[in-house]
Design a protein around this ligand. Sequence first.
Ligand SMILES: Cc1cc2nc3c(=O)[nH]c(=O)nc-3n(C[C@H](O)[C@H](O)[C@H](O)COP(=O)(O)O)c2cc1C
Length: 332
Amino acid sequence: MTILDSLDIPVIIAPMAGGPSTPALVNAAHESGTVGFLAGGVIGVDQLREDISGVNGRFGVNLFRPQDREPAPADIDAVAGRLTQAFREYGLDDPHIPEVDLSNGWAEKFDLLLQARPAVVSSTFGMFTATEFDALNRAGIEAWVTVTNPEDAVTAEAAGADVLIVQGPEAGGHRSTWSIDVRPDRRSLDDLLRDIAVSVPIVAAGGISTSRDVERVLSLGAQAASCGTAFLLAPEAGTSLFNRGIIADGGPTVSTRAFSGRFARGAATAFSRANESLPPLYPYLNTLLAPLRKASTARGNRDFAYCLAGTGMALAREAEAKRILMELNPSA
Ligand SMILES: Cc1cc2nc3c(=O)[nH]c(=O)nc-3n(C[C@H](O)[C@H](O)[C@H](O)COP(=O)(O)O)c2cc1C
């Protein structure tokens, strides 16, 4: 038994780092009889503590597993050099290589979660160690692992995951490959659901925008759907006004390293089009681009926008989260 057996609606509100996930979104999920996730991946431990204090009911928290290697310094230098002209056009100092903490504060945040005891902790970009699985078990917290291919699914099940989140290429946000070097599996979500053979429950993620989509992934063996993009325009989401404009315009999305340095899906931009095959630069690229992103968005220019969203972006609607959940519920 997992909490999936007690959901009134087989739709979960996915973790969305960078602003969209809020306690209000998580509370709306709880009040609708399902569960929502706080995005603990990149925020600091104090912010995570504050977010948790704003949650009223059952909730999950997502963490980003720290990556095992630094990107090549020469690759970071080369991209910084290529950005110089654009920085100067915006009157900015030349780009400089940022200080980056590869740990994502994982250990501190993990300890906080053992105290705070959410119903679920999910991992992205890798999984928990044996000691961490044990600690979650002992605290009565379910350990969910995000996978993107059958091999990782088998590994995560054998290691002790309670639930697998199977994330397809349609998903908005980062693809949860377990190394920055891996090129993500290109099978569709449906094909991944067909090809992944595990006995733990599966939550399907990626491009799920309608109750029919939910019905389809359930018929392919998932016990619930995890939706992110569908909630980006909800008033409870912390999506910026700038990104709300991009999403509402509903252009194409692309899966590329050009947003952050590791594969992620978001609204295509001039920068993503001009940089289709960047090397793995995560997590440096976003920090490197930050001043340019700030200056260009202040002028309403979308060329360097960082608007992560899935293939269902054009279907995202401005409606309250509870209403979106109701509309996604196949048995409503
Ligand atoms: C803006 C945005 C941020 C995201 N951030 C995270 C995150 O912090 N952790 C995570 O596991 N997945 C993250 N994702 C992926 C979602 O959890 C989920 O897999 C995805 O939204 C499902 O596909 P959909 O966007 O097509 O509904 C993010 C997705 C979006 C759109």
